[in-house]
Design a protein around this ligand. Structure first.
Ligand code: AMP
Ligand code: MG
Length: 488
């Protein structure tokens, strides 16, 4: 094979491999037949001093498909476990490999990971590969999430492989390069707690705390403070998802990042017509991860984390349980306050409290009964979107709007302040399912124009501007029958 010269690249480190070997295995990606760059994120590349690579198609394709690596790189796959739909399973990076860690311009450390790059020790029966659709979907959705200013892993590149991947129907394969604060999950702690020694659990804790929450190490009870750190980030994350109508779809503990980023864009989707029970994932038949269940599931997952931290919280198990339980009940209050505040901000009322809840409940009940579009409803309220649907003329809607206006007056909220708050809180754009699907059909033909348009618009999702009607339009029949899939 002729040699290839790589453009200059920043230092690629691997602090993670300071952990005991039970946490990872050195593995190289499996080269692919004919790598071709489909998506490349120039803005993100710039943050990591990889901008020079933009002009080097061949090097890009080779490196970001994992086919040809610079000398000295020692990539690795991470071990973890997880509760999948409530059942504990030993897992690990079955189709992903961490190339290493790179610091951004501000000196923050991020993992760079290939996804879809071939089998590893943790692949079980899987082929280690991913389809163009699935990786393009993750690219589009994660970049939209970043645009919404919600914590998320990012996507640097999608490179197609020129090799078929066998799924329900055969599709071309692709490798995504994911950029994450780290890939340490609730499931990583469960893995250590359930299968390794106390020393190994302790090592994972120290490493993770130093990397993500060094301040907890100065506290009286570092493990308990760490639990609080993760809890708060997770609660904020899920509240943000609910604010924009996002349904993650597969909130297993292995898909919950300790750093509080949205991770693993498998069957996720933004809903159009509101329903508290909305589910898109084809395998979530009981609606475990439905829209309104996400809060309860986050709490359930955090209880799994608390459980795995028990031996570090206190040597005496009884004491540890008492302390962890008290922390979990603080979470309940904390969540409730943040959640109500977010709901209030959606209708332009700051500092909403529990006694104002009936006002919101009647709006949400109306949306549930009429299946009103979640994004558009708040734009109609703000007066920036003129709806075609007759539901926005019905008596219940008009009554509610009147009550809402009176409520704002009673509270002395000025119109411009309410509008300002709503503009910050409610997006005018989310990547609607039919738009994402059309971008994926396009991407499957090696074309990115539809996706590029979506991605560009997704960079300013709070913008109020006329002329964006095409994206506010809801498809006929809504997306009640829309289905998404895991692990494709
Ligand atoms: P996910 O549902 O994508 O979070 O994946 C759950 C687990 O299955 C993870 O440990 C993945 O690494 C693994 N996995 C998913 N798809 C594949 C595949 N095609 N080959 C090997 N492992 C996979
Ligand atoms: Mg996963």
């Amino acid at each position: 094979m002729p040699s290839i010269s790589f453009p200059p690249y920043p230092n690629i480190e691997k602090t993670y491999t300071s952990l005991p070997e039970s946490f990872f295995q050195y593995t190289k990606p499996t080269p692919v037949a004919s790598p071709k760059v489909l998506f490349w994120n120039e803005e993100l590349a710039l943050e990591f001093q990889l901008a020079d690579w933009s002009k080097e198609e061949e090097a890009l394709a080779q490196f970001f498909s994992g086919s040809r690596l610079p000398e000295g790189l020692q990539p690795f796959a991470e071990a973890y476990a997880g509760h999948q739909f409530g059942h504990f399973t030993i897992l690990g990076d079955g189709r992903a490999i961490v190339m290493g860690e790179i610091q951004n311009r501000s000196g923050e450390r991020f993992d760079f990971q290939w996804k879809g790059s071939g089998r590893t020790r943790y692949s079980r029966n899987g082929d280690g590969r991913a389809t163009v659709s699935a990786m393009s979907r993750e690219y589009i959705m994660s970049e939209a999430m970043a645009g919404l200013q919600i914590p998320t892993t990012r996507s640097l590149a999608v490179v197609t492989t020129g090799e078929p991947v066998l799924r329900e129907e055969t599709q071309e394969g692709a490798v995504l390069t994911r950029v994450a604060k780290s890939h340490i999950r609730v499931g990583t702690f469960e893995y250590a707690y359930q299968t390794l020694s106390l020393n190994e659990l302790e090592a994972l804790f120290r490493y993770t705390a130093e990397r993500h929450a060094p301040e907890v190490l100065k506290q009286n009870n570092p493990a308990l403070s760490f639990l609080e750190f993760v809890m708060k980030r997770q609660v904020d994350l899920v509240i943000n998802w609910m604010r924009v109508g996002f349904i993650h779809g597969v909130m297993n503990t292995d898909n919950m990042s300790i750093a509080g980023e949205t991770i693993d864009y498998g069957p996720c989707a933004f809903m159009n017509g509101y329903s508290a029970k909305r589910v898109f994932s084809s395998i979530d038949v009981n609606g475990r991860y439905a829209y309104a269940n996400q809060v309860g599931i986050a709490q359930w997952n955090l209880a799994c984390l608390a459980n795995s931290l028990l031996p570090l919280i206190d040597k005496n198990q009884e004491t540890a349980i008492t302390l962890a339980k008290a922390k979990m009940s603080e979470l309940e209050t904390w969540f409730q306050e943040r959640y109500i505040r977010m709901l209030g901000e959606k209708i332009g009322i700051p500092h909403l409290t529990e006694k104002d809840l009936p006002l919101l409940q009647s709006l949400y009940q109306w949306m549930q009964d009429t299946e009103a579009d979640f994004t558009n409803t708040f734009l109609v309220l703000e007066g920036v979107y003129a709806p075609k649907e007759s539901i926005y003329n019905d008596i219940r809607w008009n009554d509610w709007v009147n009550t809402w206006q009176e409520e704002k007056k009673k509270k002395g909220i000025r119109e411009e302040d309410a509008t300002f708050l709503m503009q910050k809180t409610n997006p005018s754009f989310v990547p609607r399912n039919h738009l994402v699907e059309s971008a994926l059909t396009n991407a499957n033909q090696g074309l990115t124009s539809v996706a590029d348009q979506l991605i560009e618009r997704g960079k300013s999702p709070y913008l109020r501007e006329k002329g964006y009607d095409y994206e506010s339009e809801v498809p006929m029949g809504g997306d009640r029958n829309y289905r998404t899939f895991c692990g494709t």
